[in-house]
Write a protein that binds this ligand. Structure first.
Ligand code: FE2
Length: 315
């Protein structure tokens, strides 16, 4: 049995040399500022909930991740885990409580509970007359407002590591992740990528919330954020392109494992942030599938990942 079963990713914590530049990028990327407090920046999506992205001022660095748990009881249970802190009050927007632990890579992992929820933000809706439902927009015209994507929520994080097959076990034991898909290279026990979701029983959840990939470099490969529609993702792509100062990494395409339509961009310090829409959702009845790298790490459309992305890891 895992120590706890987390229910979702809460936020990623990065360190950046300029909060102004960080906020500018994240705003172009489609998030909204919650607070600039002291030496930290807190950004949110449109969903109800709390901030989904934290930036501390300092040299560029990946600090770690936070995951939601269901109850204060889970926090108590987690304090018994090897290396875990006691329960701490979070002195940040939304308050709440957390327990911290250092992962096998030295990153700070938090489990969090009890935030004062933020109200949802209004979202521009894009109705389509696609497929079998041709009357969704009956009598109405499609007129899209240009601008950044509307990031809904943070969805997943990918850590590059050596010995991914063993490293992922720690996260499963601590946080209750279960593998949706795994990818091997050469012999079948040589796992080079592990796609893990939250274990919520019958409840359907995103195909993956946390991934480990085999790589000569250690660090964060990317943080990933859900946007509401394909149009929204395309508008965000154009907006980031027109900003003229951000590096596009990969996309637009549709993944095989997870099936999301994706688009990847680098922030000013090379940390990759992904937009996606339309994921597979799975529950306890999904059996883990094993794929060769040739079968598994491909796009359904939109081209293969560039070599630069496959080995991308920021410490
Ligand atoms: Fe991703």
């Amino acid at each position: 049995m895992p120590v706890v079963k987390v229910t979702d990713l809460a936020y990623g914590r990065l360190q950046s040399p300029s909060l102004d530049q960080a906020e500018e990028f994240l705003t172009h990327f489609g998030m909204t500022r919650v607070e600039r407090a002291g030496n930290a920046l807190y950004m949110r999506g449109t969903d109800r909930g709390s901030h989904i992205h934290v930036t501390h001022l300092g040299p560029s660095k990946f600090i770690g991740l936070a995951f939601h748990v269901e109850s204060e009881d889970d926090l108590k249970k987690f304090t018994k885990a090897p290396g875990a802190s006691g329960i701490e009050n979070i002195d940040e927007p939304g308050g709440g409580k957390r327990v911290r632990v250092t992962d096998p890579h030295g990153y700070q992992m938090e489990i969090v509970w009890g935030f004062k929820p933020l109200a949802a933000l209004p979202v521009r809706r894009h109705e389509t007359n696609w497929g079998e439902e041709k009357l969704r927009r009956a009598g109405k015209l499609m007129r899209l407002e240009r601008g950044p994507s509307q990031v809904k929520r943070i969805a997943h994080a990918v850590i590059m590591t050596q010995g991914a097959k063993d490293k992922i076990k720690w996260y499963r034991e601590m946080f209750g992740f279960v593998p949706s898909d795994e990818v091997y290279a050469g012999p079948k026990d040589n796992i080079i990528a592990s796609f893990n979701r939250c274990d919520r029983g019958e409840t359907f959840v995103d195909h993956h919330t946390f991934l480990c990939f085999e790589c000569p470099n250690t660090g964060l490969n990317h943080l990933s954020f859900e946007v509401p529609t394909y149009d929204d993702l395309m508008l965000g792509h154009e907006h980031l392109h027109q900003a003229g100062k951000y590096q596009h990494v990969w996309g637009i395409g549709r993944h095989l494992l997870g099936s999301q339509i994706f688009d990847y961009w680098k922030d000013p310090w090379g940390r990759v942030h992904e937009h996606w829409t339309d994921t597979d959702v799975l529950n306890v009845h999904h059996e883990t599938k094993l794929h060769s790298a040739e079968e598994g790490l491909v796009s359904q459309w939109g081209g293969h990942p560039p070599q630069e992305f496959i080995t991308h890891a920021v410490p």
